[in-house]
Every structure is written in C-alpha cells, then in structure tokens.
Write a protein that binds this ligand. Structure first.
Ligand code: KG4
Length: 346
C-alpha cells in the first residue's frame, strides 16, 4: 500500500499518452501549475495516427515531458501527492508507455496511483482552475456534448463520477467526419482545425449536405462522410479544379452541417432532461462554429454554457490531473497490476 500524504496542498502529476500526444501536467489542488504537451508530427504524412510510430515517440517524449512539467511547476518529485494516468480508451501501445511510466514512478516515490478514463477527463477539463482567475465550474447536474476524434456522446453528469450516456454515435465520431472529409479534399491530418480555419472566410450556405434521420439522442456521421465523398467525385468529373476553386465554401458548408447535427440533438437533450447547464468537451469542442452555436443557444434559451479554455479541449494532461484530484478525494487508488484498455466506455 502506497504512502498517503495527509498534508495540504495536494499535488497531482497527470500523465496522458492515449493517442499521439505525450502530455504531463502538475496541479496544486485544482489549480493548474503546468500543462506540457509534446505533439507528434510524424503522423501527418500518413493521413492518420500510426500506432507503432506513436508508441515509439511516446517512449522518447515521456521522461522530458514529465521533467519539464515538474521543473516549470517549481516543485520536486518528492512533493507529489499522487500520480494520475490515462488507462483508456486509446491505442494500447501508446497507453502502455504512460501507464508503465506512472506505475514505476509511483512505486519509486511510494505514492498512490490513480487510473483515469480519458473520456471522463475531457469532461473534467471544466474543473481546471487557473491562478488568479475566478471562473465558474459547472453545477451538477449538467449536460456534456463530448465530441472528439473517436467519440460523439451526450453525457448527463449527475454528480462526481456519476454519469449517464443518454446519446451517442452509432457509427463514426464527429471528429472522424471532419478528418475524413478533410482527407478527401487533400488536407493533412488532423483536418478538423484546418476546416475550422478555412471556414472563417467561406460561405456556409454554398452547399447543402444531407443530415441523418436518427431518432432519439443518437448521432450518425458515416452517411454525411459518404455523401460528401460522392458529391465531390461527381463535381470533380465535371471540373477537375472543383475542390481547389471551392475549398473554403466546402469547408464552411461541411462544418455548418456537422455543427447543426450536433446542436440539434443537444437541444433535444436539454428538452428531455430539463438540464440547462450545458458543456462541450473533447477535441471538436475547439471548433469555433460549435462554440458560437452553443453561446447563441445559451443567450437565446437561458442555458449556462461551458466551453473549455484554450489548450484544454484537445488531449492534455491537465484534465487527467484534475480528474485525479477528485478521485484522490474519494481515495480511489489503483493497484500496480492494473491494465490499460483500448476500449472502455465512460
Ligand atoms: O480529443 P482529441 O484531441 O483526441 C481524441 O480523439 O481523443 O480530438 C481530436 C479531434 C480530431 O478529430 C480533430 O480533427 C478534432 O478533434 N478537432 C477539431 C478542431 N480541433 C480539433 N475539429 C473541428 N474543429 C476544430 N477546431
């Protein structure tokens, strides 16, 4: 049994390595001290993350990233209270690097180890506090639209670690739709941020793409992806420069369609649950049109809306550390022989 420090403050080291970002963060209670991320450029030329290359890059990055997170936080490793690490879902090889490091580090320091569900961590990004800033954290219950490269879910957060998935994609995730449509237009991976950028000066009404007709609160994005592909194929037969000449309008129209689909179910979820505290989380929550749509809905319908701060929507370790803080308070510790999981629900 690891040594549990009773003294305040609580310093948690968060480690995240579930996909292609090696990240480490230090928090003091819920206040963020450092949030270090080493992103992997190696995947760009392949149009997606190559698992073996990701694992190797994590191995190179993990020690320097943790070292920098501690150094910039102005603390030494002996001051840490616990280590929180993402244990899934994600790429198994990538997860193994972070979890193996965390196990060894916690054993050496004789402090508790806390396993973190990556999806929950995205939601907990809303509980990160920055020094000298008074910001609202969500009140329970609150709704979260969790949208990333691998997930699109509507989650009802009833209390800490008491959550219910009330809707989810039946096929592709919203981030996947952004990335795959971007790839069809010849853009590098990940295409989501680039589509967002090009959309700023595009006409979102230039083209219309069909929206899925799925009942209830579930999502579907595979049909949109296919119809986008066929639409481009037909237009390119008529004019081989079609994508080049219309890229900004294509991006803006596609982005509008995805945001409309996401917001439509979010409205339904608010109606159904009567919960008006509404958050967005995950990589796609960085999308400017989605943020604007949520802000507009907040103003129009009196919702309290929560948008992750810059740097906390994409994969990061600050969200892992803050989730670890709340698990630390509940004394939910992991044994040294825990395993990482590629697939695990929220
Ligand atoms: O949460 P995340 O960093 O990784 C996981 O999937 O866990 O999300 C990555 C996804 C990618 O699909 C990326 O294209 C998308 O988030 N993304 C965006 C934007 N920034 C990142 N999609 C649309 N607009 C953005 N600004």
């Amino acid at each position: 049994m690891a040594r549990i420090k009773m003294s305040k403050p609580i310093y948690i080291l968060g480690i995240e390595s579930s996909c292609d970002d090696t990240a480490a963060a230090v928090i003091k209670d819920t206040e963020i001290l450092t949030n270090i991320i080493a992103s992997q450029k190696v995947h760009e030329e392949y149009g997606g993350v190559v698992p073996e290359l990701a694992s190797r890059a994590h191995q190179q990055n993990i020690v320097p990233v943790v070292h920098k997170a501690l150094k910039d936080a102005g603390i030494v490793k002996e001051q840490l209270t616990a280590i929180a690490v993402t244990s899934g879902p994600g790429l198994l090889g990538s997860l193994m690097v972070g979890t193996s490091f965390a196990k060894a580090f916690s054993l050496a320091l004789d402090i508790p180890l806390i396993t973190i569900n990556h999806l929950q961590a995205h939601i907990y990004a809303h509980f990160i506090r920055e020094a000298n800033k008074q910001e609202r954290v969500p009140d329970f219950p609150f709704l979260t639209l969790l949208v990333s490269g691998g997930n699109s879910q509507l989650v009802l957060m009833k209390d800490h670690f008491n959550m219910e998935i009330i809707g989810q994609t039946i096929d592709d995730a919203a981030g996947e739709a952004f990335d795959k449509c971007a790839k069809v237009m010849g853009m590098p991976y990940p295409g989501g941020p680039l589509i967002d950028k090009l959309s700023q000066t595009g006409n979102s009404g230039a083209f219309t793409f069909s929206k899925p007709k799925i009942s209830g609160l579930d999502y579907s994005f595979s049909g949109l992806k296919t119809s986008f592909l066929y639409f481009l194929r037909d237009r390119m037969q008529e004019n081989s420069n079609f994508i080049k000449e219309n890229k900004k309008d294509l991006c803006a129209s596609l982005q509008k369609t995805i945001v409309d689909i996401l917001m439509d179910k979010l409205h339904k979820a608010v109606k159904q649950t009567k919960v008006k505290d509404v958050a967005i989380a995950g990589g796609v929550s960085a999308n400017s049109a989605l943020q604007k749509a949520l802000e507009n809905a907040g103003e129009k319908y009196g919702w309290h809306v929560y948008i992750p701060k810059l740097g906390y929507s994409l994969d990061n370790a600050a969200m892992v550390a803050v989730t670890g803080y709340y698990k630390y308070l509940k004394k939910e510790f992991a044994a040294q022989d825990f395993t990482a999981y590629a697939k695990v629900t929220i």
